[in-house]
Design a protein. Structure first.
Length: 140
């Protein structure tokens, strides 16, 4: 992260997925955001766990083995849905936003993928007619 940021490249940390009852709390998010800021991240983002049918048995086996007290919550939470409910998503988004504010981290957005012109405004790189793009090396 430090080398990317020192090279002027927008780079951040994704603390996803947030695991219900494990990493979906203020303390865990604060720790992730604090560590992201400490290494110079441009942004921090995190989203709730979703469990598709193909991954559900494996993940629920992990919960059963390592977090047995959470089994009932997971069974209820993912009984009829693969994705987190709106209220839960919104609550997590607010916690992530507070952690980002606390440590001066930006939000991830499509702007993070744009280059910057002299005025600092986002601008997509352009190529002249017949020109071909050349891959840039990040590290020597």
């Amino acid at each position: 992260m430090k080398r990317l940021r020192e090279a002027g490249i927008v780079a951040g940390v994704f603390g996803s997925p947030l695991l219900p009852g494990i990493t979906d709390n203020e303390e865990a998010l604060d720790g992730m955001a604090r560590r992201a800021a400490a290494v110079g991240a441009s942004f921090f983002a995190a989203h709730p766990l979703f469990l598709k049918p193909c991954s559900r048995p494996t993940y629920l086996s992990f919960v059963r083995e390592h977090f047995p007290a959470l089994q009932a919550d997971y069974a209820k939470r993912f009984a009829n849905a693969d994705f987190a409910g709106r209220e839960y998503r919104e609550r997590l988004a607010k916690m992530v936003e507070r952690a980002c504010r606390r440590y001066g981290l930006g939000k991830r957005s499509s702007d993070a993928l744009l280059t910057r012109n002299e005025e600092g405004a986002g601008k997509r790189p352009t190529l002249g007619v017949g020109a071909t793009a050349r891959q840039q090396r990040l590290f020597a």
